[in-house]
Design a protein around this ligand. Structure first.
Ligand code: ZN
Length: 541
């Protein structure tokens, strides 16, 4: 074990706690220190008669310390008839009665555990999921079942630790009317017609994943095996009515997977299925089977950026996951920027620049209305994390780090970060430490100002050329603290030639003097789009 990993465990646990002072976070922290879910086995029965599911969850838990109680997240049946009713609970196959099910919690009172003891709890339950498992009709009026757990909606249909810090392997045993095909995380290990009208399908995921991406889907599907890429089977699952369009759209995934494998590391899971679904999101990166909104299938290939985003999540978010929700940019910012990187590789620099410029405008616009930092522990409704700070600004953080480190060290850092935290969890500090280790640079100010500070530089610039001297005066007029950053200035001379000079900005008002024998006719700030900033004005004195 390297020192990086040893150090990381200590710091991660420390930060996890110190950054969170609200009750909800404290409860997560307490549980994080108590139990570690190793494996879930969910046996779920689906029916056409009604929307009730019958479930048996077998949960393998390692106790991190001696305790006599622990809690799983699980939504209890409510007065509207939705939610889950537990009818038996057993510990290592022996029935127990010492549990209570209140609101969203299943609380176990148990004989004292020893540190590192492993026990298996089996929970039998049934109910109509209020959320999490979406039982509805698709756009062709056919009945479908789709898991849609992000961020912590798994608990509506599965007893779980509904938090990305506790990842586990999962096995699905799905019994459904035989006209459905069922998909789940991992590899299919069984498909059996158990009667004339029922089929049992088992899927097993051997890599630990967070519950937010632990799902099944059951529908009438057309399924195409696209082939293998680096030994990973890639398939398309679409509504039969969209067979041609969907199969055509999802072929876009293969070169994307190829790019990501070559730039980040091996594909994290044993298969990838691209699935048309009823997810409420545009796309949901569920591990090894991405669920796309049903309307995104067009047959025109217009969803390439969406596919690239969800494929990138397989590495960032599903395999290397944020340790807590407030570092979600480690998922969304990465998926956003890796989409741009893929476009840069495929379509060239101009398209890449168009994309990041548009994203910069989105950030500027959003900051005006909702000023907040990227890492914002005040957010308790995790849906609010789906904002331009997590996505576009997170992506811009990576873009500016790429400039800070240069392409070679940037990619080395990305690969090292992924290799270190694959199938595990990380905080922003972990990424910082890897990048500092690889580059030999102190990035503490960079991470502090861009992740924890509100806003971005708003620049007013004036310039003058006199006596063979170009003088550029930069004012930072944002309300938040002063930023430190390299600023490229493109200088155009009277003879038509151009040059780029870089100045380090670290003051509220800063005057840079550049000697030039040639007459300067104009200047431009950040000509190559490397800085997240807002240009208020640029004038000649
Ligand atoms: Zn995403």
């Amino acid at each position: 074990m390297s020192t990086i990993i040893l150090k990381r465990t200590y710091i991660s646990v420390l930060c996890f706690f110190s950054l969170f002072f609200n009750t909800q976070a404290q409860k997560h922290q307490e549980r994080f220190e108590t139990i570690d879910i190793l494996n879930y086995k969910f046996d779920i029965q689906l029916s056409d008669t009604n929307n009730q599911i019958e479930g048996t969850a077998e949960i393998k838990i390692r106790f991190k310390k001696a305790v006599t109680t622990f809690v799983l997240d699980f939504v209890k049946k409510k007065s509207n008839g939705k939610g889950m009713s537990v009818y038996t609970v057993s510990e290592n196959k022996n029935n127990i009665t010492s549990y209570t099910h209140d609101n969203n919690q299943l609380i176990f009172n148990i004989d004292a555990t020893k540190q590192d003891e492993i026990r298996i709890y089996t929970i039998q339950y049934k109910g109509i999921p209020e959320d999490g498992l979406i039982i509805s009709k698709n756009k062709y009026n056919e009945r479908t079942f789709f898991g849609d757990n992000w961020p912590d909606r798994s608990k509506n249909w599965l007893p779980v630790v509904d938090h990305p810090s506790d990842k586990a392997t999962v096995e699905w045993v799905i019994t459904a009317p035989s006209h459905y095909q069922t998909i789940g995380n991992g590899m299919m290990v069984e498909k059996t017609n158990i009667s004339d009208n029922k089929i049992i399908t088992r899927w097993r995921m051997v890599n630990p994943i967070p519950t937010k991406v632990m799902v099944i889907g059951a529908a009438r599907f057309a399924v195409e095996e696209q082939g293998e890429i680096y030994g990973i089977p890639v398939s398309s699952w679409v509504y039969p009515q969209d067979r041609e369009k969907g199969f055509s759209d999802y072929t876009l995934a293969t070169p994307i997977i190829d790019y990501m494998i070559n730039h980040i590391g091996p594909f994290p899971f044993k298969k990838l299925a691209n699935v048309q679904s009823k997810t409420r999101f545009g796309g949901m990166e569920n591990a090894g089977n991405i669920f796309y909104a049903e309307r995104s299938v067009t047959g025109t290939g217009s969803n390439e950026a969406l596919i690239a985003h969800e494929v990138a999540h397989q590495w960032f978010g599903n395999s290397a996951s944020e340790l807590n929700w407030h570092h979600i940019w480690l998922s969304e910012g990465f998926a956003t920027y890796f989409t741009n990187l893929y476009f840069e590789n495929k379509y060239g620099r101009d398209q890449f620049v168009d994309r990041i410029k548009a994203e910069r405008l989105t950030i500027i616009d959003y900051t005006k209305k909702n000023p907040a930092p990227i890492v914002n522990p005040n957010i308790e409704d995790y849906m609010q994390l789906l904002n331009p700070y997590s996505y576009q600004k997170g992506g811009w953080i990576l873009h500016m780090l790429r400039r800070e480190l240069g392409d070679q060290l940037f990619w080395k850092s990305i690969r090292t970060y992924y290799e270190t935290y694959k199938y595990s969890n990380a905080l922003s500090e972990d990424l910082q430490r890897i990048m500092e280790h690889i580059s030999g640079k102190d990035l503490s100010l960079f991470f502090k100002q861009w992740l924890y500070q509100i806003g971005h530089p708003k620049l007013e610039a004036t310039w003058d050329y006199k006596n063979e001297l170009l003088q550029v005066e930069i004012h930072q007029n944002q309300k938040s603290s002063i930023y430190n950053f390299p600023l490229d200035i493109k200088i155009t001379y009277k003879d038509g030639t151009m040059a780029i000079e870089t100045v380090m900005i670290s003051e509220k008002i800063q005057i840079s003097k550049i000697v030039s024998k040639k007459q300067v006719t104009s200047i431009e700030l950040d000509p190559n789009t490397w800085l997240l900033f807002e240009l208020i004005s640029l004038n000649k004195k």
